[in-house]
Every structure is written in C-alpha cells, then in structure tokens.
Design a protein around this ligand. Structure first.
Ligand SMILES: *Cc1c(COP(=O)(O)O)cnc(C)c1O
Length: 230
C-alpha cells in the first residue's frame, strides 16, 4: 500500500500539472476536474486521498463501488468510468453522480427504465472509441450524434458530455489527434443545442497523456497510477 507521504507527493504533483496544463490552454485550474481513479485501491487509500482533499473519484466496477462506498465519508462522490452491463444498472443508479460509459441506446433505455422505477434522474456521458481500437468499448465518432439524439428523448437520462479511453501509446503526442477529434465533435454537438443534451463534460486523458488531453480541451481527466502508483 502506498504511504501517505508518497500519495501526497504524487497527488500534489498531478494537481499542479493539471492546473498548469489548464492555464497553458487558456483556462483556469478550476475549469479542469482531476478525477483520481481509485480502482483496485483499498478503502484506506481512498480515505488518505480524501484527507488530502479528494471529493470525487472514478471506479470501473459496480461491485467495487458498492463495497467501498459505505466505508468512506458520505461527501465523497463516485463516478462510474468502466463498462456498465445492463444487469448492473439497477444496483448502480443513485450510487454514482456520473456514468461515463454509455455507448448504446439499449443501455440508455435500461437506465431510463430503472431511473423511473427509482424515481431519479441519471447524468451520463457517451463513450466514444475515438481511437478506433477493436478491443475498446464505445460508439464510433460517426455514430455519436445519432446515438445522442436517440438518448435525448429519454426523459430521465441526461447526456452531459463525452468520454473516451484513448489508445495506450508510448508518446502521449500520438494521442493528440484523438483528443482533437473528440473536442471537435464535443463543440459540434454543443452547437446543435439538442433538447435534453448539454455538452459540459469532456472526459479524456489518463496518467500517460492527461496534459495533452487538457491542451486539446479536456475538462475532466482520469488519473490512476500517476497518483496511487502501479
Ligand atoms: C484505469 C482507468 C483510468 C486511469 O488509468 P491510469 O493510466 O492508471 O491513469 C482512466 N480511465 C479508465 C476508464 C480506467 O479504467
């Protein structure tokens, strides 16, 4: 387990680098949310990060969120960043503030149905496989607008933006085009003013490439190993 001192050092450094990248791209540090990714970390480690100021974290598995959440302060908010199976929707709705990984109308319909049953509303991002990798979840860039227009008619599901998991690359510059394509479509859809759709979150960039992502317009970066270690 990572020590408090090590975590503090890493966390502060990533906060600082995110802020500097925001400023370089003409924005204020508070305009870019750093979402620490806490998957596989013990609740104890999350508590240490909480003590260092973390109030939102990203997890990729429903079961893990449900297990950890009761062990942590109530004002720590969880985001689901990993693939969501339809049969897990019921369990996760109401437990996370944002689902980053909606990539089909069928999944959105299940969220709608369960949201009605639970009498709540769900904020979601549409996941795009912007790098076009066969192994990745996400819709294609070409199908994104059509999918968003379909989801927009679901009254309890609110599209808040877009998310991508860029390819793993040695040199983060190799992902610049992927991030740029994401930003283009984000602005494009924003300009269309689709009812029940807001483009306010552009979730992209991980440990390896978050500074490049911010420089191309990301306003939410998901950083795991850069903060918590490998
Ligand atoms: C694990 C994970 C991250 C964080 O990855 P790091 O390279 O450790 O920063 C970000 N997004 C998603 C969807 C992940 O599953």
């Amino acid at each position: 387990m990572i020590s408090f001192e090590e975590l503090e050092k890493n966390y502060k450094q990533v906060i600082e680098r995110t802020a500097e990248a925001a400023i370089r791209s003409g924005r204020a540090p508070e305009d870019v949310l750093l979402l620490p990714v806490t998957k596989t970390q013990d609740a104890e480690v999350l508590k240490m990060a909480y003590d260092l100021g973390m109030r939102a974290c990203g997890e990729n598995r429903v079961q893990e969120i449900l297990a950890k959440k009761p062990l942590l302060p109530q004002d720590l908010i969880f985001h689901l960043i990993g693939h969501l199976q339809k049969n897990k929707v019921r369990q996760i709705l109401g437990e996370v503030s944002l689902i980053h990984s909606v990539d089909s109308f069928e999944l959105a319909q299940v969220i709608e149905k369960e949201a009605v049953k639970k009498d709540l509303e769900a904020d979601i991002l549409v996941e795009i496989n912007a790098g076009g990798e066969e192994t990745k979840f996400g819709t294609t860039l070409e199908q994104t607008e059509g999918l968003i227009r379909q989801i927009a008619v679901l009254p309890h599901v609110h599209v808040r933006g877009l998310m991508t998991v860029a390819p793993y690359v040695e040199d983060p510059e190799e992902n610049r085009k992927v991030f740029r394509d994401m930003h283009h479509i984000y602005i494009d859809i924003q300009d269309k003013n689709i009812n029940n759709v807001t483009m306010s979150v552009l979730s992209m960039g991980m440990t390896n490439d978050y500074e490049v992502a911010v420089s191309e317009g990301a306003n939410l970066v998901r950083v795991g190993t850069g903060i918590f270690g490998a």
